[in-house]
Design a protein around this ligand. Structure first.
Ligand SMILES: CC(C)(COP(=O)(O)OP(=O)(O)OC[C@H]1O[C@@H](n2cnc3c(N)ncnc32)[C@H](O)[C@@H]1OP(=O)(O)O)[C@@H](O)C(=O)NCCC(=O)NCCS
Length: 184
């Protein structure tokens, strides 16, 4: 039986092994990694799926990031991902259970809007993520426009333009905005 618990305590090696299996060893070059560069994941918003023997078979991490607006202000966001399920355990509801736990947690204590790079067919269908707010956003690397998703409380206004990056960092990231347009 699979149990969902906080990811803390799973061990860095187990998490890294799972991510390598789900995404491949070249995963570190992905745009999502650049957006959260230097950040530490939120322990209360990151979850693991464990099998009956206590082995990690799924993980979901969340990170502090921000939309860096042209005037220098930063709109804080929670970046969700990677969501990863061990290949031999995929399509058994584990990814869904991990996301359900995250959404239950954030809805119980609403905070900063969520952002992620993922399939809208999956994250829109179950949890209401959309690309509607992100048409004017850029990222420090290529990203497919329709996969840059947000989920925010109805009353939360998201900025129309800006560049995603680590929270608290300055704004030299804009020099790489061109890559986003090329990858769109
Ligand atoms: C994407 C991933 C996290 C989904 O987890 P999972 O445990 O395999 O998926 P689930 O069993 O929870 O899927 C639930 C439903 O979503 C569907 N689904 C799963 N992945 C999907 C995708 N990428 N796009 C559309 N639908 C998807 C399933 O078919 C299932 O539908 P059903 O209930 O109608 O049969 C997992 O497959 C994975 O780790 N993939 C490789 C890494 C990755 O791409 N991660 C996402 C980017 S951060």
């Amino acid at each position: 039986m699979t149990g969902i618990r906080e990811l803390v305590g799973a061990g860095d090696a187990a998490v890294a092994g799972l991510l390598d299996a789900a995404f491949g060893p070249n995963r570190h070059g992905r745009t999502a990694y650049r957006i959260r560069l230097g950040m530490a994941w939120f322990t209360d918003l990151s979850f693991g799926a464990f099998d009956a023997d206590g082995r990690l078979i799924g993980s979901l991490q969340s990170w502090p990031v921000a939309l860096h607006e042209p005037d220098g202000t930063q709109a804080p966001l929670v970046m969700v991902g990677p969501v990863a399920v061990r290949p031999d355990a995929q399509r058994h509801g584990i990814g869904r259970a991990l996301m359900d736990r995250l959404i239950e947690t954030v809805d119980a204590h609403p905070g900063d809007p969520l952002v992620m790079i993922g399939d809208p067919e999956y994250y829109g269908r179950f949890w209401g993520f959309t690309a509607e707010a992100t048409g004017g956003w850029t990222a420090p690397g290529p990203v497919e426009r329709h996969r840059l998703l947000t989920r925010a409380a109805a009353q939360t206004a998201l900025p129309a333009t800006g560049m995603l990056g680590p929270r608290g960092a300055p704004f030299p990231l804009a020099t790489e905005a061109q890559q986003t347009r090329q990858g769109a």
